[in-house]
Design a protein around this ligand. Structure first.
Ligand SMILES: [Zn+2]
Length: 505
């Protein structure tokens, strides 16, 4: 019997919004090691996918550690130092026990520390240095919102991006990456990565894969894979624009066993298409008052009113008050919003359903918000926030697996608006969030959603449509308003697009 391949598996997952106040610290990260990491097997996360694939391929999994936190502010340098020292020690120990055959990583790709702007590139470079005596394949999976760097391309053999936003395919992409690794372990063919970064970035609202530009770019990428069997994977990486780093923005990469020239030709085609469609991806919302004033109120069904400036999945606090204020000002009824407000939930613990309580709601998480909104609310009920995902392929599963904890919750009402208050920030990506607390979102006429596009897989199944509104908040889609200093220039939309290249006669 052939010996089983020993594969070291680890993960590092954070989408860093560098324009937010504060720091993300080690205590914000959920860290899993050893048997606890292996317990992700079978769940809906990309780590679950990697572990299931490992079992299918008969690998001996050597668990390193995985550390992940919700999208948020710049990560403390200390987090990376702790992570790397533990990662490096676990890798050495594994190598001493018996030689490893490969490393497989589950990454986000848009993590930024105070002084380490390219965290994943740094991790991969250090990993390559540690493996220098006896190089082995380094494969992995990453989020389509990564800010992919040259260092990442230089120090990995094959990294695979999710292809869908909302991320329905996070687990599936991880299995695909593991399948590429299995092929390499069987054949010895080792791909390498080539990268291109066109001078373009898009706000998250412009990165949905059901529409252009991502739709056409994905189609072209799959066509290129079809035309070039030597391409293991062609990645379309939308980037995460709320990060001030030199690598922020759209990028394309190819993992290939063929020539550089052919891969470069493919990357040029993708860059050209991205430039042609750059303006299509720069999706900017209209002011909330303008949109709400024009909305008819008597249409059957529920409409999603989407507020990207407070996009929790993009790192915003989820407690901005702009949309709630506008709903009240425009006299909305039979409507619902969710706010992150642990202090209000705490105050309500000593009250009974039916009590009227004066609360200062939300408005503490971003200095761009006008501040807490003082309201007299009726407490409907208190509830526990642990819920199982209704849809195990929802975008939330790519971040959290099968279950999510909103912390203690309270449902309050003010003038026809139902407000779900949570103790933990909860990206609105799975309907279990509402159904678990006894509210059927389809029964409302309007629901406020703090997201950009990631909510759509869940919400499009019950809504009659989406309207996007502009409110004050840190994830506003108008990127020209953000104080970038370190990003590469020129880059659209901060700078004009380059003149169209002339085709040679
Ligand atoms: Zn993402």
């Amino acid at each position: 019997m052939k010996p089983r391949k020993r594969v070291f598996i680890a993960g590092l997952f954070h989408e860093t919004h560098t324009f937010l106040d504060g720091l993300t610290c080690w205590s914000d990260f959920a860290v899993r090691r050893g048997a606890d990491l292996l317990a992700a097997r079978g769940d809906s996360s990309p780590m679950g996918g990697a572990l299931d694939a490992a079992e299918k391929f008969g690998w001996e999994v050597v668990p390193g550690l995985t550390a992940g936190a919700s999208p948020g502010a710049t990560v403390s340098d200390d987090v990376f130092h702790r992570y790397w020292s533990e990662f490096s020690a676990a890798l050495s120990q594994a190598e001493q026990q018996a030689p490893l055959d490969a490393v497989f990583l589950v990454l986000h790709g848009a993590m930024t520390c105070q002084s380490i702007l390219d965290v994943e590139g740094t991790l991969l470079q250090r990993l390559a240095e540690q493996l220098r005596e006896r190089p082995i394949p380094v494969f992995g999976v990453y989020d389509l919102h990564a800010n992919f760097s040259q260092r990442m391309a230089d120090h990995a053999h094959c990294l695979v991006a999710y292809r869908q936003n909302p991320h329905e395919d996070a687990r599936e992409s991880s299995v695909r990456a593991a399948t590429h690794l299995d092929r390499t372990l069987r054949t010895g063919e080792l791909p390498r990565m080539l990268l291109a970064q066109p001078p373009v970035m898009w706000p998250p609202t412009g990165t949905g894969t059901a529409t252009d530009p991502m739709k056409s770019l994905e189609l072209l990428a799959r066509q290129l894979e079809h035309d070039h069997p030597e391409f293991r994977e062609v990645n379309v990486t939308a980037g995460f624009s709320f990060a001030d780093t030199p690598d922020t923005g759209v990028s394309f990469s190819v993992a290939t066993t063929g020539t550089d020239a052919v891969a470069r030709g493919a990357l040029d085609q993708l860059c050209q298409l991205a430039l042609e469609m750059a303006e299509v991806g720069n999706v900017i919302e209209r002011p909330v008052d303008e949109v709400l004033a024009a909305l008819p109120r008597d249409v059957p069904g529920v409409l999603a009113i989407v507020e990207p400036s407070d996009n929790i999945g993009g790192g915003a606090p989820g407690d901005c008050t702009g949309l709630l204020r506008a709903m009240l000002a425009h006299g909305f009824r039979n409507s619902a919003v969710c706010l992150w407000d642990p202090a209000a939930v705490q105050v309500l613990q000593s009250h009974a359903p039916g009590d009227h309580v004066q609360l200062a709601l939300g408005g503490r998480g971003s200095r761009l918000d006008p501040g807490p909104l003082s309201l007299d609310v009726e407490l409907i009920r208190l509830c526990d926030g642990h819920f199982s995902l209704v849809d195990r392929q929802s975008h939330l599963a790519s971040m959290a697996g099968d279950r999510f904890n909103m912390g203690n919750c309270a449902i309050v009402r003010h003038q026809g608006i139902t407000i779900l208050l949570t103790s933990c920030r909860t990206p609105p990506m799975d309907l279990g969030q509402w159904r678990h607390v006894g509210l059927e979102p389809a029964d409302f006429s309007f629901v406020g959603i703090k997201a950009a596009v990631a909510h759509r897989r869940a919400w499009d199944t019950i809504t009659r449509g989406n309207v996007w509104v502009s409110t004050p908040g840190p994830c506003s889609s108008d990127l020209t308003q953000l104080p970038y200093r370190r990003i590469r220039r020129p880059i659209y939309p901060l700078d004009p697009l380059p003149e169209p290249r002339r085709s040679t006669p």
